[in-house]
Design a protein around this ligand. Structure first.
Ligand code: PHE
Length: 369
């Protein structure tokens, strides 16, 4: 009888080795260990054997059954893993395939397209592109840009101040009795100009860079959103004059608004440029302020000029704040400008309300690009 048990065990092992799928393995299990299979029957009959055979036969049959069970369980796990791999490979979806039916590919947001268009113009003029932090030190946003300590732009009503993480939670009392917290040294940058200083500290002259990015001011109406986009320009080299600024901006204006454009500089004030100017481009919508039917041009309001940006010669005081002796106002000079991406896009496409850029209304967005 023990011999028969060994034979059954060997047959079972052979069958397991032959089974190539989990389904075939299950058949093997039923045939060799199921209710009607010989080995379990033998085990059930042990009690009817003469007492001197029970021990030996029972032990051998039990061992044979346990060995087969373990073998089948192990092999099942192996086959299941292999079958899963096959299924995963077969079910793999190529998410880069076009949808069926094909879906429209979408388009760039007008602000992204405008930013890239402007970047391309300056890349063509030999500038490189830099980016900088939106959470900025007061030092770079105001101090190093020659803002007087009482300059109104520093006011909390105009600028978002940011508390340092380690200072958060330090104000124990809220409300009118709260201690006036020490002024933060961090702001959401109010313009891209702090990158003038950072760019000079990171790169020696000659320097020709443009810096696109988000800026933040506490303002909200049809012509102001709390967050908007600027592009800063900075050129520092030997003998860079206001004439170089004008030529550069003329090339920019013609690339964006058309070959016939002219630019003019009007005196202005910025703390970090001297002299400072506002730059106008001749209106592309009218002739000398009038439309063909003789009515007043609504874009330039009959003035025939459109204000596009602020600029100027870098103030010598600014170089003094740059932590690099090579920026010595006796040796280098430069110009800087800052333009609003929204403003350029609004002028170019006659967009009446700044908030349209941020409403995400497809009827608006789909008109561009
Ligand atoms: N930073 C100024 C602003 O936001 C613009 C500017 C940039 C003016 C560079 C002069 C030079 O209004």
């Amino acid at each position: 009888m023990i011999e028969r048990i060994e034979q059954l065990r060997a047959e079972g092992e052979g069958a397991v080795a032959q089974a190539a799928t989990t389904a075939a393995l299950e058949e093997v299990r039923v045939r060799h260990l199921g209710r009607r299979a010989e080995l379990p029957n033998l085990l059930r009959g042990v009690a009817d054997l003469p007492p001197e055979q029970r021990g030996g036969v029972g032990k051998a049959a039990n061992q044979a059954r346990q060995a087969l069970e373990a073998l089948i369980a192990g092999r099942t796990r192996e086959l299941e893993a292999a079958e899963l791999d096959v299924r995963l490979a077969a079910d793999r979806v190529d998410v880069t395939l076009p949808g069926y039916p094909a879906q429209p590919a979408g388009r760039l947001h007008l602000l992204t397209a405008t930013r890239r268009e402007i970047e391309d113009v300056f890349l063509g003029l030999g500038f490189t592109i830099l980016e900088g932090p939106e959470v900025e030190l007061v030092h770079y946003n105001f101090d190093a840009l020659n803002h007087a300590p009482n300059h109104p732009a520093r006011d909390r009503t105009d600028t978002f101040y940011v508390r340092r993480p380690e200072a958060a939670g330090q104000s124990p009392v809220a409300g009118p009795d709260a201690p006036r917290s020490t002024p933060s040294d961090l702001v959401l940058r109010t313009h891209t100009s702090p990158m003038q200083i950072r760019a000079m500290e990171a790169h020696p002259p000659p320097l020709y860079v443009v810096v696109p990015g988000r800026v933040y001011r506490r303002d909200s109406d049809a012509t102001h959103t709390p967050q908007f986009h600027q592009i800063e320009g900075l050129a520092v080299d030997k003998d860079v004059t206001l004439a170089d600024l004008k030529g550069t901006l003329l090339a920019f204006a013609r690339a964006i608004f058309g070959d016939e454009r002219e630019v003019r500089l009007r005196p202005h004030f910025f703390p970090f440029t001297e002299p400072s100017v506002e730059v106008d481009v001749s209106c592309f919508n009218c002739t000398e302020g009038h439309l063909r039917d003789g009515s007043r041009c609504p874009l330039c309001k009959g003035t025939s000029w459109l204000e596009i940006l602020g600029a100027g010669e870098v103030d010598p005081n600014v170089y003094a704040h740059v932590d690099d002796d090579r920026y010595d106002p006796e040796k280098v000079s430069g110009f800087a400008f800052g333009l609003g991406v929204e403003r350029i896009a609004m002028l170019k496409h006659a967009i009446p309300d700044l908030r349209l850029f941020y409403d995400n209304d497809l009827r608006f967005l789909e008109q561009f690009g």
